[in-house]
Write a new protein. Structure first.
Length: 101
């Protein structure tokens, strides 16, 4: 089982070939900057300091998900009739790993 650990937008993900996963919305989907931190192929593993030289993981952007689960934030102050409701909806991009080399 070949897998890699990559860092995209400051978050680390364990990925395998053909896997689909969600990341924070990418500003430029054509430029995915992924730093390869570890590459493992069954018995052997190459660990980078901080990145593995010559290792590359290629991705394919499947789609941008605009509507995630909505989070409601409520602020309340007693005795002053102060109430405030704020909504937040996280945005994601869905990626697929095409090749680990």
């Amino acid at each position: 089982m070949k897998y890699a650990i990559v860092r995209i937008n400051g978050h680390q993900y364990k990925v395998e070939e053909g896997q689909e996963f969600l990341v924070d919305k990418l500003t430029d989907p054509k430029k995915i900057e992924a730093e390869v931190l570890l590459v493992a192929d069954g018995e052997t593993a190459k660990i980078g300091t901080p990145t593995v030289d010559g290792a590359k993981v290629t991705f394919k952007v499947l789609k941008d998900l605009e509507k995630g689960e909505k989070i409601d934030v409520l602020k309340y102050k007693s005795k002053s009739r102060s109430r405030k409701k704020i909504g937040f909806r996280h945005q994601f991009s869905k990626l697929q790993v095409t090749k680990i080399s």
